[in-house]
Ligand binder design. Structure first.
Ligand SMILES: [Zn+2]
Length: 446
């Protein structure tokens, strides 16, 4: 017998083989005498019925994979005639791994792809995935993010599909990322939110299933279309005109126009650079229609400076009336969006909330798509939501209500209770913090 270098006191080691990448230990369990028959439940009335070798995987050692070949005792019951294996300590018999390897896999699969985790320890990828999925269910059960007052419903393009992202607009954090963004998924998600009455405002993009789901599940909440998504349509109108005009210019000019397009998308007040002002002038002189469209874009952005909803409506009506026929087709997506989402878009002027984290979210997703190769959607999601260090946590103090009866005591006779005695502190978790996530990416520790 070899010394127990495995540090598994319930097993004894009979032999060990070593190759370039692997260790194989021949082991048997000690003290695993069964106390009843698992088949019929009868009291011990069985005899030993041969041994079988079964392979289990354990923690890697000296950068080699470790396999335990367990000689597992079999029994036959005299009452029911059935055979059964001894129970094994410290292992998960259904997954053929040791319990401590399960913990290791749980952590490793947040750091590496399933394929590489599987390769490192010798198990197949499916085992890693199953262990990870069980772990996510466990983590979900012990995680409760606070339902925000201002709920954000977004979408991102991640691992080749559009995903549904739920955020806390005020606290700039991610609460969840779901595989799909169709109506039934959103309804299901909203229906399961705790304290849903707390939601006052919902910021979203113009995606009909979001609106339908919110109107159905939280009809009291006011929907606000993010300003960013609306003004983006004005910029897109400009892009369309630029693309139409590129057919009418030389190849050199076309490249120049492509390079200079950022000038068209900038606000006039942000064109501080004299060079940029010249560029804008050149292009709008060359293409008067582009110049006109630039003005319309600027005027549209200005609507968002309105001080009241009435003023905003008025500015928009004036703007709409000023769009010339020849530019109508370019601005039609914007105009159509406003007619389809009028109430929700103009809600901004009474409840001016905006997803200040949009840029962070886009960067986050860009990085995830980059590092995400080989990761499953679930793994990326878990990495964001369940990494403790990414969370935004606020500690709050609460004072318990304590009733005092002081009778007719004079103020200086009232006992001086220490407030600390009656306070308790609890934590509120607001999801994964955008700025912490971005920082982790900058430090390449994501
Ligand atoms: Zn039996």
């Amino acid at each position: 017998m070899l010394p127990n270098i495995l540090n598994l006191p319930n097993f004894e080691i009979h032999d060990m083989k070593e190759s370039e990448y692997d260790y194989r230990f021949m082991v048997e369990s000690i003290n695993s005498q069964p106390t009843y028959c698992p088949k019929c439940g009868s009291v011990p009335n069985f005899y030993k019925h041969g041994k079988r070798e079964q392979l289990f995987f354990d923690l890697p050692m000296h950068a080699k994979r470790v396999g335990l070949i367990i000689k597992r005792q079999r029994y036959r019951c005299r009452e029911c005639e059935e055979t059964f294996f001894e129970d094994l300590p410290d292992v998960d018999a259904s997954r053929s791994v040791t319990n401590r390897l399960i913990e290791w896999i749980q952590q490793a699969s947040l750091e590496k792809t399933f394929t590489s985790v599987a390769y490192d320890i010798g198990v197949d990828e499916k085992t890693v995935r199953n262990i990870f999925n069980d772990y996510v269910i466990e983590l979900e059960a012990e995680t409760e993010f606070r339902t925000p007052k201002w709920l954000g419903l977004d979408e991102v393009h991640l691992l080749k599909n559009y995903r549904f992202v739920v955020t806390d607009v005020k606290n700039k954090s991610v609460i969840d990322i779901l595989r799909k963004r169709n109506k039934s998924v959103v309804i299901d998600y909203l229906s399961k939110l705790q304290d849903i009455d707390k939601v006052e405002l919902v910021a979203m993009d113009m995606w009909r299933p979001y609106r339908d789901a919110v109107n159905m599940v939280i009809p009291h909440a006011k929907i606000v279309i993010d300003k960013f998504h609306v003004v983006q349509l004005a910029n897109e109108a400009l892009e369309k005109i630029r693309k139409t005009n590129r057919e009418n210019v030389s190849a050199r000019e076309r490249r120049q126009l492509m390079r200079d397009r950022y000038v068209l998308l900038k606000r006039r007040k942000d064109l501080n650079d004299f060079d940029d002002q010249i560029k804008l002038q050149v292009w709008t002189d060359m293409f008067p229609l582009l110049g006109q469209a630039y003005e319309l874009k600027e005027q549209f952005f200005d609507i968002y400076e309105a001080k009241s909803i009435d003023e905003a409506y008025k500015l928009y009506q004036d703007w709409l009336a000023s769009v010339p026929d020849e530019l109508m087709t370019y601005f039609s997506d914007l105009i159509k969006a406003i007619s389809n989402w009028e109430e929700e878009i103009f809600n901004y002027f009474t409840s001016p909330i905006t997803n200040a984290y949009t840029e962070s979210l886009n960067r986050l997703i860009k990085t995830m798509n980059h590092v995400g190769r080989g990761y499953s959607f679930e793994a990326l999601r878990a990495k964001i939501l369940f990494t403790q260090g990414y969370r935004k946590v606020k500690r709050r103090k609460k004072f318990k209500d304590v009733e005092f009866t002081f009778g007719k005591m004079l103020p200086d006779q009232i006992p001086n209770f220490s407030k600390q005695e009656y306070e308790w502190v609890y934590e509120e978790v607001y999801g994964a913090d955008f700025s912490t996530l971005i920082k982790a990416m900058d430090e390449a520790s994501f």
